[in-house]
Design a protein. Structure first.
Length: 364
C-alpha cells in the first residue's frame, strides 16, 4: 500500500488495512448477514478506541501525581488532560443514540450469537474504573462476581495487577494531605472554621426556638431533629474517631486530613493559588458524573433493547446496570463536601501571611 508515494502515506500511518479488516459479523459466518451487526461492532470498537485514549491520558495524570511534590505547572498539565477526558466522555454519551438507531427486533437477528460475550469483558472499561479508584471492596457483592468473573485468565491477571497499583484517588488523597496553608504556628484554620460552624448552628437553633409561637410542636420537633443531624454531620468532620468509623464503613474514601484540605480549596477557591487545584477537583467530579450519566443512559438503552431479559453476560440486565450506576461512583467525597460549604461572608478571615501565600499577581 502506498509504495509509489514518497514519505508517510495516510493509510499506512493509520494502519487502515488492518483496522478496517476487523469487522466480521458473526451472522455472516453462520448464514445471512444481519445488517445492523456491523453497526454494533463498529460502535463497540469506537468505544474501545476512546477507552484506550482515556487510559493514555490517565497514565500521564497518574505519573504526574506519583511525584512526592507536584510543581504547579504539572497540575495545570494534569488538569488539561482531564479536560480532554471530559470532552471524550461527551462523545461517548453521543454515541448511544447512534446505537439506538438499531431496533430491538434488529438486535434479535444476531444477539444469541454473542453469548456469553458481554460488556463485562471490556478490560479497558474495568481498567479505567480501577485506575480512577474503584476497588473490588467498593462494589456490591453481585457486582464483585461479575467484575472479574467473566474475564479470561490473562485479562483477569492484568486487572488484578492494575488493582495493586496506586489509583488516582489514592494519589489525589496524598496530594491533598500535603496542602500547606491551613496550619501555622499562630493559626489553625480548622479551629477557626469549627467556631464559625458552632456559631452558625447556634444561630439556627435560636431562630427555631424564637419561632416557638409560630411553629406547631411537631414542626419545631422536626426542625430541631434536622438541626441535630446537621450538627452530627459536621462533628464527623471535626472528630477523628467518628470520621474513622465512616472510613471503616466505606462511607468515606478520602482521609480526614485530605477531606479538610479539599474543603479549604473549595472555600477559598477565589484565591489565585487555589484556582488550579479547584479546577482539578472539579474535573474529577465532572469525570465521575459523566461516567455515572453514561451508566444510566446505557442501562436505559439495555432496557429498551432487552426489556426485562437477562444480558448476554448473564446479569439481570437493566436492573443490574441501574444498580451499578447508583453504586459505582468514585469521588463521592468531593460531591459531599458541598454539605460543609458556608457563605463567603462567614468565612474565617485568614492571617495576612497566609493571605499573602495564597496570592500572586501578573505584572505583565
Ligand atoms: C444493543 C446495545 C447494548 C446492550 C443491549 C447492552 C447490554 C448490556 C447488559 C445487559 C450488560 C450487563 C452485563 C450482561 O449481563 O451482559 C452490559 C454491560 C456492559 N456494557 Fe453494554 N449493552 C449494549 C451496548 C454497549 C456498548 C455500545 C458499550 C460500549 C462499550 C457497552 C459497554 C458495556 C460495559 C462496559 C458493560 C459492563 C458494565 C458494568 O459492569 O458496570 N455496552 N451491557
Amino acid at each position: 500500500m502506498g509504495q509509489d508515494v514518497e514519505g508517510t502515506y495516510y493509510g499506512d500511518y493509520l494502519q487502515l488495512e488492518k483496522l478496517l479488516d476487523t469487522q466480521h459479523p458473526k451472522s455472516k459466518e453462520v448464514g445471512d448477514e444481519a445488517h445492523d451487526e456491523t453497526l454494533f461492532i463498529i460502535v463497540h470498537q469506537v468505544y474501545e478506541m476512546w477507552f484506550k485514549q482515556i487510559i493514555h491520558e490517565m497514565a500521564s495524570v497518574l505519573d504526574i501525581f506519583s511525584a512526592p511534590q507536584i510543581p504547579e505547572k504539572n497540575i495545570a498539565l494534569a488538569t488539561s488532560r482531564l479536560e480532554r477526558v471530559i470532552k471524550i466522555q461527551s462523545l461517548l454519551l453521543d454515541q448511544l443514540p447512534v446505537m439506538e438507531t438499531m431496533s430491538p427486533m434488529d438486535f434479535l437477528e444476531f444477539r444469541d450469537l454473542l453469548v456469553p460475550a458481554s460488556g463485562f469483558q471490556s478490560v479497558q472499561f474495568r481498567e479505567i474504573e480501577v485506575r480512577m479508584g474503584l476497588r473490588t471492596n467498593n462494589r456490591k457483592a453481585v457486582d464483585r462476581d461479575y467484575f472479574l468473573g467473566r474475564l479470561n485468565n490473562k485479562d483477569k491477571e492484568h486487572i488484578l495487577n492494575v488493582e495493586k497499583e496506586e489509583s488516582l484517588l489514592d494519589l489525589v488523597n496524598k496530594w491533598l494531605e500535603r496542602l500547606p496553608f491551613t496550619q501555622k504556628e499562630n493559626f489553625n484554620f480548622w479551629e477557626e472554621y469549627e467556631n464559625v460552624i458552632s456559631t452558625m448552628l447556634k444561630r439556627d437553633e435560636d431562630i427555631i426556638n424564637n419561632n416557638l409561637a409560630t411553629l406547631s410542636p411537631k414542626a419545631k420537633e422536626g426542625q430541631l431533629a434536622n438541626l441535630e443531624s446537621t450538627r452530627k454531620t459536621f462533628s464527623s468532620l471535626f472528630n477523628e474517631s467518628e470520621y474513622g468509623k465512616l472510613l471503616e464503613q466505606g462511607k468515606r474514601r478520602l482521609s480526614r486530613r485530605a477531606t479538610l484540605n479539599a474543603l479549604f480549596i473549595l472555600l477559598y477557591r477565589d484565591e489565585p493559588i487555589l484556582q488550579l487545584p479547584y479546577r482539578f477537583l472539579t474535573c474529577l467530579m465532572d469525570i465521575d458524573e459523566n461516567f455515572t450519566t453514561w451508566r444510566y443512559r446505557h442501562a436505559l438503552m439495555a432496557h429498551r433493547m432487552l426489556g426485562t431479559k437477562i444480558g448476554t453476560g448473564g446479569s439481570s440486565g437493566h436492573h443490574y446496570l441501574k444498580m451499578a450506576a447508583e453504586n459505582n461512583r468514585v469521588y463521592i467525597d468531593l460531591f459531599d463536601l458541598s454539605t460543609f460549604l458556608i457563605s463567603r461572608k462567614d468565612l474565617p478571615k485568614l492571617p495576612s501571611d497566609i493571605q499573602k501565600d495564597l496570592n500572586f499577581s501578573f505584572q505583565g
